[in-house]
Every structure is written in structure tokens, then in C-alpha cells.
Design a binder for this molecule. Structure first.
Ligand SMILES: [Zn+2]
Length: 648
């Protein structure tokens, strides 16, 4: 819990100290003599002990100090009062209100991606973003991770809407999985809705589109009875992004979504700093702000800066250009195509998500191009190499992507040539470095050149200076750094403190922690269930946890299968057991290992409890334990053990 009057007391004392400090810094004039009749005074006019150095300073002027103009002084006080009112959000909140709001991140904290946050009053709740994330390497056969919906199920009846900030996968990617199970009204700007609509179609839940409620920025929407929400335009690495102002009886919460402050965005639509400032001036209860780039001390460059870099790289290309970037970065693709056109190239778009996103952006007039600049992949081989710009997916080296398939010579239409120039206009998402490097190896083995200029990519997230601007504009009483691993939110906390938020008014949340905020306090109240659901992208189905655990075990420790026939009367084996292993012993040792297992089995049967022979399941369980112990003793491994005992 924390309560705070922030900011003003410190600055006031600094101002009061100033004259003393200045006096001490004044140069001494050795020609001036001390005036023994004058008593030194401090600012309040009371006498202080004589200080020989101070006297020398004072006597330099040989006159009484200018009398204080009380009227001027009263204006200094008025301005100080003004600063206090302006800067201290505490006084702008309704401190008599008993209203509270609870915030629970179900994903996106302690991790990058999978963003989903619950905002909850006594009677109602909203979800902000429903994103997915990517699996670790040891989650075999898992393509994406979807947040655990347990808590959403629990409060299902309270939920009045799903609110979307922008159309990145880590903010909308889990929507179809949620909507297959439960449906709520969806409020978002057009691009996120168009992209969610595509997902619904792919997942055969077209009818879920009926929950769409497109919104206009700068309008305040009443959602349910308890929430008023405004979408404020934001600049980010995808167009049509928003920050949210969520107002309840407890006050206004600003949720930045993902953002950077781009003063020269490609479409000219700058971040709506005015609305942020409006709320900041009115009084903000709490700020939730993007922590992704908390460590970057240099301002994030404008998207427009990429243009000249692409121009320079394209100018040098001797053959075809293959440019790959995140397919959702419409402005990047737009700039690449523009410079392609500048050099007289036709544009070939390859890759499902790239084709789909460019199509949506053009359908909804976010970008405009004449239709005749585009060519089909099968036309490329008939064209002059210098006339082609291929815009494609695969900037993360994903094995199923178009560029990766080209790199290993498996793409139907495009074979890499030594004159090709590859431009990766992206950064490696942490964890993808290996696959990108692998793909670059393939491309370079095929002879292609790879442009590695640093300035052909800029980030979509706020650096420290932009985070400061957000903190100062919104001027929140409480601050919750979000979107990032623990070290990112930790660093963002420091920036918050620098910008006047007292340390005790900042909480570092992790997924599942529920925070309660009222005008007078903020506190952690409980922890709810969170986790990840594994999804196989081939069929869009969930993979149960135990399947992934079995796969991990198989991958790291292998499997042993034992099939034995046992005489029910004598408890002796009727024949040699059949032993099959994978990932445990080399083929040439198979026989030796089988013999070993036979001995273990024989010994087990000889010493087992009598009643066990009539209970096959218990018998197999016991046998599994014995084999497990034996293998661990010898090999320090815990393989999957599958005993099949037939009692006859
Ligand atoms: Zn984003």
C-alpha cells in the first residue's frame, strides 16, 4: 500500500536554499573592508552568527541589500503553488472516493509477448489485448503459446468487452482460441479488427465477426456501466496503434500499449501527445507503460530514417533485391516498395502473411499503390534481374517461411543467384538468432550478398527518453511498468523514479498478480492461475501439457519398451522378453542391453509379491520402477519406460 504527496516539498526547499549557495560562490574582493555595524542575516531576516568570510562578501557592495518587493515575492509563492497543483497528481484525484480497480496481467510480464490484462471493477471487467507468444526450443512440436484462460473462465460473467490496442500477434494472436470457447464484444480500431477477422476466418469462426465494434480515436466510449475508454493514436511498428485512457470511478488509467514517439511517421499521423497531456493535466491515477526498450538511452529513430538507408542499399544492387521484414510492419514494406519503384523495379510479394497484410492495408486505404507495379512469383524468372524487388517473409529464419525455403533451394519459383542482394530489414527476436544465422549461411553458400547495414531497421518501442516523455505527459500517481521481462520493468521503474513518481508508488508485477488501485493506495491483493496452453499450428489444436512433457522426456532421455509373457502359475517367463529402445543405447549394444533387461525382469519376477501376478497394472507399475532405478544407476537417465506384461 502506498500514499503520497509527491514532488513539491523537494523543489521548494531547493529554491529556499539558493541564495545561501550563491553567496558562498561569490568571489571575494580583498580591497573591501568589513563593516562592523552590519549584522549578517539569513533570508528570513533573523540574525545569524558572524561569519568572517560572509562579511567580506557582503561588504563588497558597501550598501544595504535591495529591499524585498513583497508583491514580487507573493508571485513567487503563487507560482510555487501553481507548480504544486500542476505537478502533483495526488491533488487532482478524488481522494474521497472509495472506488477501486483491480488489474491482473495474465500474460506479457516476466516474458516478451502473450499480452493480456484484466481490468476489473466490483461488477464488471474488460480484457485489454489477447496475445500469443512463441515457445522455447524444448517445447517440441509446439508452434505458439496461448495464455491460460482459467481466470477468464472464472470471471466470465463479469466481462463486458475485449479491448485491443494494436494488431501485433503478441496482442491479438490468441483471439481465435479465446473466441472458440467464449465470446465478448470486441472494441478496436479498423486495422486490428480486419486482422482479427482474418484469424476468425482461418479458424472457421467467421460468425465471431459479429462482435466487432470499430472505434474512432479521440472519442470516449461507454463500455458496460463502469468503463469509459478512449483510444489515442500512437506510433509503433504497426499502423493504427493506440494507447488507452480507461476511466472508472476510481480515476483514469493510461495504458500505452506498445509505443514509440515518432515525430515524423511515414503517414504523418504523429502520436496523440495532446490527448495524453490532457489526461495528465486532469489527473491520472495510474500509468501502464511499455518497457521493451527500457535500456536504450538513445532515442528510437523515426521509421522515416529507414528510407534513405534502403535507398542507399538498393542503389548498389546489381541483380534482384530480396527484402524481408516483419509482415505487419506496413510502413516498412511501403517504404521498401517506394524505393523499389524508384529504381524501376516491379514488386513481387511472397509469403502468406506478407500478401495478406499488404492486401488489407491497401483494401482499407492505409497505403496506396497502382496495381500494375505487382508481379506474380512465376513471372520473376522471365524478367530482367534488375527489374525485380521481392518482398517476402522469413526475417526470423522461420523454417516454413518463403525466404528460408529459397535459401535451401526448396522454393517453387525463386532460386537464389549469386547476383541477388538480400536485405533483412529487421532485428532478431531474442531466441531466433540461431535460425537467422543458419538461414544466412544457406543464402551466402548460394552466393547471395547480404546487406547488413544497421540503419535498415529501427525499433518500434520507446527508449528511455520517450518513456520519460510519456511519464511527464501523463503525470501518473501510480506507475506499473509492463510489457517485458523482469529486468526490463525493473529498469523502467528507475526511469519512473527519475520522472517524479515516488518509489513506493511503483509496483513490478508478474503474470497472475492482482493489483488493487484506489486514489489513496495501490496494493497487491492476490495471485490467480496463469500459464501457457500449447498450440500446434498445423491444425490449430491444443496440445495437452503431458504430451509436451513426454516429448521432452523422449528428446532428452529416450524410451525403453519391454514386452514379456509370464506364466500365471509359476511366475516364470514363457519366452525371452522383447526389448526395444530409442535414444538410450547404440544399435550395436542393443543385444547386450536386452539381455540385461531380461536379467532384471527375471530377478523381479522371482522376488515379487505373490498377489501381483493377478494384477497386471500393479505388476507393470512395479516393474517400471525397478527398470527405472536400474537404468538410472547405470546411465543417469530417466527414459520413458513402457512395460507390457502378458500373464497366461
Ligand atoms: Zn506491438
Amino acid at each position: 500500500m502506498a500514499e503520497e504527496n509527491q514532488g513539491t516539498s523537494e523543489s521548494k526547499s531547493q529554491i529556499e536554499n539558493k541564495p545561501t549557495t550563491n553567496n558562498n560562490n561569490k568571489k571575494q574582493n580583498p580591497n573591501r573592508k568589513p563593516n562592523p555595524n552590519r549584522k549578517p542575516t539569513n533570508e528570513k531576516g533573523t540574525a545569524t552568527k558572524p561569519n568572517p568570510n560572509k562579511n567580506k562578501n557582503r561588504n563588497r557592495y558597501k550598501r544595504q541589500p535591495t529591499p524585498v518587493d513583497e508583491n514580487l515575492k507573493s508571485f513567487v509563492q503563487k507560482n510555487q503553488e501553481g507548480h504544486k497543483k500542476r505537478l502533483n497528481p495526488h491533488y487532482k484525484l478524488d481522494l474521497n472516493s472509495n472506488a477501486k480497480i483491480r488489474i491482473t496481467p495474465l500474460g506479457g510480464l516476466g516474458e516478451i509477448g502473450g499480452n493480456i490484462t484484466v481490468f476489473e471493477t466490483e461488477k464488471e471487467a474488460i480484457l485489454v489485448d489477447v496475445g500469443m507468444s512463441f515457445p522455447d526450443e524444448d517445447m517440441h512440436g509446439v508452434d505458439i503459446l496461448v495464455p491460460d484462460f482459467s481466470y477468464i473462465r472464472e470471471i466470465r460473467k463479469k466481462i463486458v468487452a475485449v479491448i485491443i490496442t494494436h494488431a501485433h500477434e503478441d496482442h491479438i494472436g490468441a483471439m481465435p482460441y479465446l473466441y472458440k470457447e467464449m465470446q465478448f464484444p470486441i472494441y478496436a480500431t479498423p486495422l486490428p479488427l480486419a486482422m482479427i477477422g482474418n484469424k476468425f476466418d482461418e479458424h472457421h469462426i467467421k460468425e465471431a465477426r459479429r462482435h466487432f465494434n470499430p472505434v474512432e480515436k479521440r472519442k470516449i466510449y461507454q463500455i458496460g456501466e463502469d468503463f469509459e475508454i478512449e483510444w489515442m493514436h500512437m506510433t509503433h511498428s504497426i499502423i493504427d496503434s493506440s494507447s488507452l485512457a480507461i476511466t472508472t470511478n476510481a480515476g483514469t488509467i493510461i495504458h500505452t500499449g506498445d509505443f514509440k514517439i515518432d515525430h515524423t511517421p511515414v503517414d504523418g499521423y504523429t502520436a496523440d501527445l495532446h490527448r495524453l497531456a490532457y489526461y495528465g493535466d486532469k489527473g491520472v491515477l495510474c500509468l501502464l507503460s511499455d518497457s521493451t526498450n527500457s535500456y536504450n538511452s538513445l532515442p528510437t529513430p523515426s521509421e522515416l530514417n529507414v528510407g534513405p538507408a534502403l535507398d542507399r542499399v538498393f542503389a548498389k544492387a546489381e541483380g534482384r533485391i530480396l527484402l524481408s521484414t516483419f509482415s505487419s510492419n506496413i510502413h516498412r514494406v511501403y517504404q521498401a516498395i517506394q524505393y523499389g519503384i524508384k529504381y524501376g523495379r516491379k514488386i513481387c510479394v511472397i509469403g502468406r502473411s506478407m500478401e495478406r497484410n499488404i492486401e488489407i492495408a491497401m483494401q482499407y486505404d492505409y497505403i496506396k499503390f497502382p496495381k500494375n507495379i505487382f508481379v506474380e512469383p512465376d513471372e520473376v524468372s522471365h524478367m530482367n534481374d534488375k527489374d525485380v524487388l521481392i518482398v517476402t517473409t522469413g526475417s526470423q529464419g522461420e523454417p516454413s517461411s518463403a525466404l528460408f525455403r529459397m535459401s535451401i533451394g526448396e522454393h517453387r519459383h525463386i532460386k537464389i543467384k549469386p547476383t541477388d542482394l538480400i536485405v533483412l530489414s529487421s532485428r532478431a527476436i531474442p531466441g531466433n538468432e540461431g535460425s537467422i544465422s543458419g538461414m544466412l549461411n544457406h543464402l551466402q553458400k548460394a552466393g547471395a550478398k547480404v546487406a547488413s547495414d544497421k540503419d535498415i531497421h529501427v525499433s518500434g518501442h520507446a527508449s528511455i527518453e520517450e518513456q520519460k516523455l510519456m511519464l511527464r505527459l501523463t503525470n501518473p500517481k501510480f506507475f506499473l511498468p509492463v510489457h517485458g521481462e523482469y529486468n526490463h520493468v525493473m529498469r523502467h521503474k528507475d526511469t519512473g523514479i527519475m520522472c517524479g513518481v515516488p518509489e513506493r508508488n511503483i509496483l513490478l508485477m508478474t503474470d497472475g498478480e492482482q493489483i488493487e488501485i484506489a486514489p489513496k493506495f495501490m496494493r497487491k491483493v492476490k495471485t490467480v492461475k496463469t500459464g501457457k496452453t500449447y498450440i500446434d499450428n498445423q491444425n490449430n489444436h491444443q496440445i495437452e501439457d503431458d504430451i509436451v512433457l513426454d516429448r521432452q522426456k523422449l528428446a532428452s532421455d529416450g524410451i525403453v519398451m519391454i514386452v514379456a509373457q509370464v506364466d500365471g502359475q509359476t511366475s516364470k517367463m514363457l519366452a525371452k522378453p522383447r526389448v526395444t529402445t530409442f535414444g538410450i543405447v547404440a544399435d550395436k549394444q542393443d543385444k547386450y542391453f536386452a539381455k540385461e533387461m531380461e536379467d532384471v525382469l527375471e530377478h523381479f519376477l522371482l522376488h515379487m509379491k505373490e498377489h501381483l501376478i493377478s494384477n497386471t497394472r500393479a505388476l507393470e507399475n512395479d516393474l517400471r520402477q525397478i527398470v527405472r532405478k536400474h537404468i538410472y544407476r547405470k546411465m543417469k537417465k530417466y527414459p520413458l519406460i513402457v512395460p507390457n506384461v502378458f500373464v497366461q
